[in-house]
Design a protein around this ligand. Sequence first.
Ligand code: HEC
Ligand code: HEC
Ligand code: HEC
Ligand code: HEC
Length: 162
Amino acid sequence: MAAFHWTMDYTNRNQFCYGCHIGMDTIVEEYQASIHFKNTKGVVAATCSDCHVPREFVPKMALKIGATGDIFHMMRGTITLENFETEHRPRLAQKVTDEYKTNDSKQCRYCHDVNKMDFENQSRNASRRHQTMAERGQTCIDCHAGIAHALPKPAATEAAAE
Ligand code: HEC
Ligand code: HEC
Ligand code: HEC
Ligand code: HEC
């Protein structure tokens, strides 16, 4: 049943992620102000799991969640609104960025296909960059970091590296 709801109820998939990330960090609020959640079309363009959970894992994950409700209690507590920005965000943002670089921004490409882009109606800059990104060895995250969340502040990144 859990898997059924997970796949059928598209936007409610976010509720699971909200369960821990609201109150723990500012990620959800940032996402909700971003283009993939709030736009003139009124569609949720991408859920958390669209960008973070490879599609083949979603049904499996739903089963796991159904079985282990208490992971909520287990995992909360270390990260807080007070220490997220300085102690945790740089590390977590780097981890996700590394994943995107390694898999050539696979998650973005679930929905966006460069070969289907209407280059003539993109800005000249966007058009040029998208058409040359492959030969330059670039991937979406190289230019679109921060598309759904605030980026770590430089000071926090330096402090974390020390
Ligand atoms: C049980 C609580 C909990 C739930 C539910 C949860 N998260 Fe998290 N999430 C965390 C914690 C705690 C961290 C920090 C892990 C660390 O410090 O290494 C985290 C970190 C992350 C990261 C940073 C990268 C990484 O791999 O650690 C991403 C991305 C993420 N969560 C996405 C999601 C998405 C998407 C969902 C919903 C499908 C979700 N989370 C649901 C607790 C949760
Ligand atoms: C459009 C794609 C997209 C959506 C939707 C999205 N994220 Fe992310 N997320 C990213 C990318 C890309 C990063 C890597 C850092 C960056 O560029 O902002 C990231 C980074 C993170 C991090 C690491 C900390 C940080 O500040 O970078 C967490 C935690 C996270 N996301 C959780 C979530 C949760 C929870 C949701 C839903 C509320 C969500 N994301 C929605 C793309 C997305
Ligand atoms: C589940 C589908 C989906 C995923 C995954 C997704 N996007 Fe999107 N994205 C959309 C849709 C739909 C829009 C159009 C939203 C609108 O304009 O109303 C959009 C809009 C955009 C825009 C235009 C922003 C603007 O201001 O006009 C950019 C840039 C973008 N996405 C980049 C990314 C990147 C980078 C990733 C991966 C980190 C990603 N998207 C993941 C569906 C997706
Ligand atoms: C070399 C840099 C670069 C790379 C790599 C790149 N983009 Fe872009 N993209 C841009 C620029 C610049 C814009 C225009 C931004 C603006 O006008 O604010 C743009 C705009 C967009 C838009 C909005 C287009 C429109 O006209 O509405 C989308 C969607 C988008 N990018 C998705 C992607 C996706 C998905 C990837 C990976 C497959 C990607 N981009 C890779 C630089 C890049």
